[in-house]
Design a protein around this ligand. Structure first.
Ligand code: HEC
Ligand code: HEC
Ligand code: HEC
Ligand code: HEC
Ligand code: HEC
Ligand code: HEC
Ligand code: HEC
Ligand code: HEC
Length: 426
């Protein structure tokens, strides 16, 4: 049996005449209706039975091109931006269109804004990938899986485009992936312009370029909230710790801050009408290709799961490179200015370069001393742990750390302890 497909591919004019002949298969009429009106083409998929069209293509190609040695096999299920944006030098918006056709379908009414909310269309690929789009692979050519969940005549659903991280409907199907990009958000350029506003339109009209600077800690929660999956429950831990937990670390709620998961806040100001660069179509200004790097993190996946860490927590925790046990909600932490610990007002802080985002051990000392005091007697946790390690080389530091605590003490730890002021002679 020959399964015939219709697929909207725009550019492939040369093949249209060859293939159109086999088009009107009854089964596929609803399918055909979907793409009618545009340049359409039927695509023979599946069965390796007689397939005149594919054979003809191959013959044509064979006779027109000189023989080349067999290429290494390319995995067409794994799209790479390095291949396309770097080697092929393609502009981001040659593939990604803003707004995508579905922008006012994925979000409705007032919530809708002109977003890039879907994968690039076939036309963005066909000029170079006819061969892969028409590959005789079952159940569908492998290249389709970069965007489609399945491609059977009955089901051509696509994954949710990952820019829609804020949509909460659990029925939406998201693909697991590791992003090739980091988001470059220059905090220092925004501290004056982003204020504490919750409504999108209000955000733009009231706060942009307002005279008075909002206090920086007030602007931060527009994009970073304390992650509280269990709401206001008085339970301290995410899940109950074992009885013999002692001084060992166990994950408490309110540990993590969220980061933006969509364009909703950014595109309030950065849109085609506002004239504030970058415009949405300039993806590359905000998304920077990053080479995979081995971050040294204070995190252990084996410990995190039994502690009840969900996906959001795992994503944040697995990037913690300073203090895996630090809890934003604990003690006096919520009353401190974010800037005490996060020097985001300095242009040296770059969200695409993890080492610039480290929280200095000194900030655990703060103005009041807090966890770092001049002497151990004054109660500093760092003082206590350094002393304990001196006495017992096997001592594990658990106050601020998850996995770092059993490593040698870094030099900057004892250096953070203030030298006692010379005694005043009164
Ligand atoms: C040749 C077409 C093409 C070009 C050019 C292109 N993309 Fe993509 N992009 C895709 C496709 C296809 C996907 C979905 C497959 C995937 O997720 O890898 C995608 C996915 C993405 C994603 C989500 C996946 C991830 O790794 O985070 C981001 C972000 C993205 N593109 C940004 C960009 C930016 C920024 C540029 C320019 C530097 C760019 N794209 C250029 C085709 C393209
Ligand atoms: C300007 C030509 C061009 C365009 C447009 C283009 N590609 Fe490619 N693509 C290439 C080249 C060259 C390679 C390298 C491997 C090869 O020769 O096939 C490649 C490789 C790939 C691969 C293999 C893994 C890799 O290195 O990325 C996938 C998957 C792929 N392309 C998907 C797409 C999709 C999907 C689109 C449309 C959104 C697209 N390409 C648009 C030229 C292009
Ligand atoms: C780069 C991403 C991408 C790849 C790769 C891709 N598609 Fe699509 N496909 C889309 C998008 C986006 C649409 C919706 C276009 C529109 O709304 O006009 C679509 C629509 C379709 C449709 C029309 C039905 C519908 O859901 O609107 C069919 C059929 C289809 N694709 C089949 C395929 C097949 C078969 C392959 C592999 C040979 C493939 N696609 C590869 C992105 C892709
Ligand atoms: C003004 C800055 C800005 C521009 C311009 C921009 N984005 Fe984004 N994008 C973001 C931010 C911020 C996020 C959310 C942070 C995150 O997901 O890490 C995001 C998330 C995404 C994601 C989710 C996946 C991921 O890598 O985390 C995709 C896909 C994406 N953007 C694609 C695009 C494409 C395609 C364009 C260009 C058409 C574009 N963006 C333009 C700022 C921008
Ligand atoms: C308009 C939105 C926005 C505002 C306002 C904002 N940030 Fe951010 N912040 C971001 C984005 C986007 C990232 C990068 C996220 C990523 O890597 O995907 C980020 C990253 C961070 C990080 C690094 C997170 C990590 O992965 O370690 C810290 C810390 C941070 N912000 C603190 C602050 C503080 C403090 C303020 C207030 C002065 C603030 N931010 C205001 C959007 C914002
Ligand atoms: C007392 C110091 C301190 C204060 C005050 C503080 N943070 Fe943090 N924050 C940290 C530490 C430590 C980390 C973990 C960093 C790491 O290990 O890489 C962190 C991590 C983060 C992250 C990354 C996600 C996460 O939880 O790991 C964001 C975003 C963030 N903080 C935003 C804020 C914002 C916004 C404020 C103010 C409302 C704030 N922080 C106040 C110390 C602080
Ligand atoms: C309240 C309005 C507002 C919001 C919200 C906003 N921005 Fe901006 N953004 C601006 C303004 C104004 C500038 C220009 C600042 C300057 O040049 O000093 C700017 C500049 C930038 C630049 C620097 C462009 C360059 O050429 O250096 C980037 C990148 C950027 N924004 C990304 C983002 C991202 C990512 C988000 C969302 C996480 C975001 N912005 C949210 C108003 C905003
Ligand atoms: C009050 C909180 C606190 C205590 C107590 C503490 N640390 Fe740290 N530690 C930090 C912070 C913050 C950082 C990140 C700062 C940096 O690396 O510059 C850090 C970083 C580290 C690192 C990573 C250095 C690197 O190479 O990236 C190690 C290892 C470490 N600590 C070990 C220890 C040991 C061992 C103890 C017990 C003697 C200890 N810490 C006690 C807060 C603390």
């Amino acid at each position: 049996m020959l399964v015939v497909w219709s697929i909207n591919i725009g550019l492939v004019r040369s093949l249209t005449s060859v293939k159109r002949a086999r088009f009107p298969t009854l089964k596929l009429l609803p399918f055909y209706a979907l793409v009618l009106g545009a340049l359409t083409l039927s695509l023979a998929l599946a069965t390796p039975s007689v397939n005149g069209g594919a054979q003809r293509r191959r013959t044509q190609r064979g006779s027109s091109k000189p023989k080349t040695p067999p290429k290494p096999k390319i995995d067409y299920t794994k799209f790479s931006h390095t291949t396309h944006a770097v080697t092929q030098k393609l502009a981001c918006n040659s593939c990604h269109k803003v707004p995508s056709k579905n922008w006012n379908v994925v979000r409705k009414g007032d919530a809708a804004f002109q977003d890039v909310a879907d994968f690039p269309e076939h036309s963005a690929c066909l000029s170079c990938h006819k061969e892969q789009f028409f590959a005789r692979e079952r159940p569908a050519p492998s290249i389709c899986s970069n965007c489609h969940i399945a491609v059977t005549p009955k089901d051509t659903a696509r994954w949710l485009f990952p820019s829609l991280g804020d949509l909460t409907d659990p029925k939406l199907k998201r693909r697991e992936f590791v992003s090739e990009f980091g988001v470059g958000f220059p905090h220092d350029k925004h501290i004056d312009v982003v204020g504490m506003i919750l409504d999108r339109r209000q955000l733009f009209t009231n706060v942009l370029f307002q005279e008075k600077k909002p206090a920086p800690p007030k602007s931060c929660p527009v994009c970073h909230e304390t992650y509280l999956p269990q709401g206001k429950s008085s339970e301290e831990y995410v899940v109950k710790p074992p009885k013999d937990i002692g001084d060992n670390f166990w994950l408490k709620k309110g540990t993590f801050k969220t980061i933006p998961s969509s364009h909703t806040i950014c595109f309030t100001c950065h849109n085609a009408d506002s004239g504030i660069a970058p415009e949405p179509k300039n993806c590359e200004t905000c998304h920077k290709l990053t080479s995979p790097m081995q971050l040294k993190v204070d995190f252990d996946a084996k410990l995190a799961t039994p502690m009840g860490a969900d996906k959001v927590m795992l994503a944040r925790w697995s990037r913690r490179q300073s203090a895996g046990a630090f809890r934003h909600e604990a003690g006096e932490h919520p009353d401190l200015s974010c800037l005490n610990c996060h020097k985001v007002d300095n242009e040296a802080f770059r969200t695409t370069d993890p080492k610039t985002m480290k929280v200095a051990v000194r900030s655990c000392g703060g103005a009041e001393g807090c966890h770092i005091t001049t002497t151990t007697d004054e109660g500093g946790a760092l003082n206590f742990e350094i002393d304990s390690r001196k006495k017992d080389p096997k001592f594990v530091c658990t106050k601020c750390h998850v996995t770092f605590g059993s490593e040698p003490i870094p030099e900057n730890h004892p250096q953070a302890i203030p030298t006692p002021k010379p005694k005043k002679t009164s």
